[in-house]
Design a protein around this ligand. Structure first.
Ligand code: NIG
Ligand code: ZN
Length: 419
């Protein structure tokens, strides 16, 4: 029996999320369900999907490892398409200040925030970052995440930015979770560049970006486009340069202030625009037209005590919405998929079908991998989760608790709650 040869049979609900590209608007509601379904995986790739009886007529169970999913729902693995999971130190003290009433931007303005994590990340050795990264990936896996996006951005200098990306590249070699790497060198303005933001963008473009591209350390380039951080013009300049060098782009857009980040994402053809708490109606319309995935991060809004992004409105206006954790040391220190689901369901008026689409096929689209992962379709990777309950409807119902029982990556069982 070859590695990654597996049959999952008798799934009460096989939630395929079938599709090879982002789903926009009403398309997000169709999960393409098969009752009493089965999946055949060979050498890590999905070979057949259908009703159990039909599948077992065509495939001999003796040639495969077999998981009986009777009484369980089976879904594609979750794709957490926006995180900053490799960093040193913590900002627990700052969190306590926020509980006292200080705002995220106030803390940043007085020299705390992201630059605090920058210091701790520079001080951490590669081995330390690797060790903590591994622990975080294990936690994500237990929530059913089979692919994660991870950003640099706690370096803001050559050595530490490269170190963060190298750590992610090394983590991927030893951990089942696949990592989409994003270069976020323009995440904050380092102290020595305050008031000289254009020069900092020049530094990123001239000194760091070329190495990232030459060594193929990241697939995406991202920037924190925000009042008192980087302007729309600075963001346009960096991202267009990254595109010229063959990278794909993302933007931290319209998070705190309505700056025009959503419009910029549409203009430059970014793969995704993320946060969007303050995105304008025009920005949303532009994104729908340009097919930019709107990646919403409800745990961040929750943690910052801000209004949630207008997910319902975006879907109604024809956007493809993805949901992600935004796991990071400052604005949102959680890798909890159950919390994302709870907030999207109870505070963003998204249906559970839309939420599942946002965490699977649209999450995959947000990292430009909808052709390989994000659904249970023939030819895609065998990345699958099995819930401990018979229906996907238990996901928002069991509030804040993970009901993922088994995780399968490329046809291999990599997490089992029962063991
Ligand atoms: N908003 C900017 N960047 C991160 C927060 C990073 C931090 O506070 O460390 C985010 O996506 O939420
Ligand atoms: Zn972020």
């Amino acid at each position: 029996m070859k590695k990654g040869n597996l049959i999952i049979k008798n799934a009460n609900e096989l939630v395929t999320c079938s599709g090879f590209k982002a789903k926009a608007g009403v398309e997000m509601s169709d999960l393409h369900l098969i009752f009493n379904g089965a999946v055949v995986i060979e050498e890590g790739i999905i070979k057949a999907v259908g009703a159990t009886e039909e599948i077992l007529n065509n495939y001999d169970e003796n040639d495969y490892e077999v998981i009986d999913a009777s009484g369980k729902a089976v879904l594609p693995g979750f794709v957490d398409s926006h995180t900053h999971f490799v960093f040193g130190g913590n900002r627990a003290e700052e969190f306590s200040w926020r509980l006292r009433g200080d705002s995220y931007m106030e803390i940043m303005q007085r020299g705390g925030g992201i630059v605090n994590s920058v210091r701790a990340t520079a001080e951490a050795s590669k081995e330390e970052l690797f060790k903590i990264g591994l622990k975080r990936l294990n936690s994500m896996l237990s929530f059913g995440v089979t692919t994660v996006e991870g950003k640099s951005g706690y370096g803001l200098d050559y050595d530490t930015e490269i170190k963060q990306l190298e750590v992610m590249n090394e983590l991927e070699k030893v951990h089942p979770i696949e990592i989409a790497k994003t270069f976020l060198g323009a995440h904050a303005v380092p102290k020595e560049y305050k008031g000289r933001e254009d020069e900092f963008i020049d530094f990123i473009i001239e000194k760091v970006l070329p190495t990232v591209v030459e060594r193929d350390l990241a697939e995406f380039c991202d920037i924190f486009c925000e009042k008192n951080v980087f302007t729309v013009e600075q963001s346009r300049r960096l991202l267009n340069k990254a595109k010229e060098l063959g990278m794909k782009t993302k933007i931290h857009a319209d998070e705190i202030v309505q700056l025009g980040g959503a419009e910029l994402a549409a203009e430059i053809g970014a793969v995704s625009a993320d946060h969007l708490l303050q995105a304008s109606d025009k920005g949303i319309a532009d994104m729908a037209k340009a097919k930019v995935v709107a990646t919403l991060l409800p745990c961040t809004a929750f943690s910052l005590k801000e209004e949630f992004a207008r997910g319902r409105y975006m879907i109604d206006k024809g956007c493809a919405v993805a949901l992600a954790t935004d796991f990071n040391p400052g604005s949102c220190f959680t890798e909890s998929i159950p919390l994302v689901i709870a907030l999207a369901a109870l505070h963003m008026n998204m249906s559970i079908e839309e939420i599942i689409t946002a965490l699977t096929i649209n999450g995959a689209a947000a990292i430009d991998r909808a052709d390989k992962i994000g659904s249970i379709d023939i030819g895609k990777q065998g990345d699958i989760i099995i819930l401990e309950n018979p229906s996907y409807k238990f996901l928002p119902y069991h509030i804040g608790v993970s009901i993922v029982e088994k995780v399968i990556k490329k046809g291999q069982l990599v997490f089992d709650k029962e063991k």
